[in-house]
Write a protein that binds this ligand. Structure first.
Ligand code: MF3
Ligand code: CO
Ligand code: CO
Length: 237
């Protein structure tokens, strides 16, 4: 379902669309499929004054790393936007996000978006029984840093089950052969956040929006994965 929703966004997104409009499209389509947008009212106690997340999706624009709140910003030529969709369908969660490039961007920006996608795929290639979480983190970190990008430390992938966020924490950096051993039937996300500049984060006054401290661009791609007997199934593909 997250795939169909992100495909819908991909078809409609263009210069002039606001992130609020994208939120409304996804909200409506999620409900019409009998699912619930999991971010809406998620995280009571976590935002400023304990206010939960107010929208149905996260829209993280340019220097926003993650958890951006949809608003009336109209997309402009040169923007890069992450749209992160999480559906609760009969108590099962799918969590996925993609980057969208609006119009023309500099070569290095395009590289950031592409390399981040490659990082996700390299992470997924490490998913199989008896591999370890550090194998995933290491594959991602190596690829990002080889291209002179940095890996965000303050946010991680996560287990997915009867709750939206569960153990384990899936770090996007690490050492091969370290960390929890992967077992058949585990479900978790990989969602690398990669920056052009430094990896340091800052959370804005709303208590949600995480931005790069140095104001440089950040990209993210996410899938939800199942460890199978022989390897991996991408549940959100
Ligand atoms: N979908 C995000 C993730 O990948 C989490 C969003 S939580 C919210 O984990 F409250 F910010 F919506
Ligand atoms: Co996630
Ligand atoms: Co997500």
């Amino acid at each position: 379902m997250t795939k169909d929703l992100l495909d819908m966004v991909e078809e409609r997104i263009r210069v002039g669309v606001t992130t609020n409009e994208i939120d409304e499209w996804v909200h409506r389509e999620t409900l019409s499929r009998g699912a619930v947008p999991a971010p809406l009212n998620y995280g009571r106690g976590q935002g400023r004054d304990g206010i939960p997340f107010p929208k149905s999706i996260c829209t993280s624009l340019n220097e926003v790393i993650c958890h951006g709140i949809p608003n009336n910003h109209a997309l402009q030529n040169g923007d890069i936007l992450n749209v992160d969709v999480t559906c609760d369908y009969l108590g099962f969660f799918g969590d996925a996000s993609r980057m969208f490039i609006i119009g023309e961007v500099p070569e290095r920006t395009r590289e950031l978006v592409e390399v981040t996608r490659e990082c996700l795929n390299l992470g997924i290639e490490q998913v199989r029984p008896n591999n370890q979480l550090g194998d995933i983190g290491h594959a991602i970190q190596k690829h990002a840093e080889n291209q002179d990008f940095s890996v965000v430390r303050d946010f991680a992938g996560h287990g997915v089950g009867i709750e939206f966020h569960e153990a384990p924490q899936v770090l996007h950096y690490g050492e091969p052969g370290m960390g929890e051993v992967l077992r058949e039937n585990m479900i978790f996300t990989i969602e690398p956040m990669i920056n052009i500049g430094g990896y340091e984060c800052e959370v804005l006054d709303d208590g949600w929006t995480a931005v790069t401290k140095d104001g440089t661009l950040s990209a993210q791609w996410e899938h939800t994965l199942l460890v199978t007997s022989s390897g991996v199934e991408v549940l959100t593909a």
